[in-house]
Design a protein around this ligand. Sequence first.
Ligand code: AMP
Ligand code: MN
Ligand code: MN
Ligand code: MN
Length: 286
Amino acid sequence: MRIDLHTHSSVSDGTDTPSALVLAALAAGLDSIALTDHDTFDGVPEAKEAGRRAGLTVIAGVEMSAQLDGVSVHLLGYGMDRRNRPLLAELALLREGRVGRVKAMADRLTELGMPLTEAEIVAAAKASPSIGRPHVADAMVAKGYVADRDEAFRDWLADDKPGYVHRYSCELGRAIDLLHAAGGVAVIAHPWSRSTRSVLTAEVISDLVRDHQLDGIEVDHQDHDADTRSLLSDLAVRLGLVRTGSSDHHGTGKVGFPLGANLTRETALGQLRRLSAARGGQVEQV
Ligand code: AMP
Ligand code: MN
Ligand code: MN
Ligand code: MN
């Protein structure tokens, strides 16, 4: 079984429609993918329908925008009830925060000598309900300011660059609690990527297990080198956390993250399934 538990569609900042993503996953030899768009479930019905037709299992997921001490941390959820009201209310707040900063980013880039309007960024996001910096990058590319998303982030949009504008995100412990209350499991995405390693120390992760019953961490991810994966793997074993692996595929929107680049073991998926079921959720829900 080839299982990839973290992928994005054009419903957030990926470039493939949910249906195209499923076909690409099939072509990549995958048996199962989780669609984990940022702060929205909107792509799930189309992906599931495409999965049914193609004979590929699509797991409903989400990548929530969370924060710890003001540092952005991404939290993956699986198995949750997608109609759960408190969770949906929080996702709506997160998306509002995304919309709210678009004008500020347009103004900032204009000040930096790259005239851009809110409408141009909204147009670049097409119909995505989860507008983000990759769409700002696309608008910059359309204007000829940068060659691609990578250059836009490297020079302007990354957290420590001049075009960055803060947006609202959910406190990490609360995000875990919200997923749990909806019957889901909570897995920290790419915990030791460059920007998060300093806040998500082994001690902090241990506290999250004790205080919020964190379920797992994404160990095998393109942002983690071999040493990092080995350290995270040991940490997961010590804390009893489920270890996942995934591509974090964004279509052509992110270079070097091909579907199936990293996989999750069947036993790990089984653990997530049981943890979710114990909370009344279902990982392979319809
Ligand atoms: P936002 O959701 O607005 O906070 O933007 C963060 C998103 O930007 C992440 O989910 C990544 O998918 C994306 N991102 C970060 N760095 C890059 C990069 N170098 N190239 C393309 N996309 C990136
Ligand atoms: Mn993304
Ligand atoms: Mn992420
Ligand atoms: Mn992601």
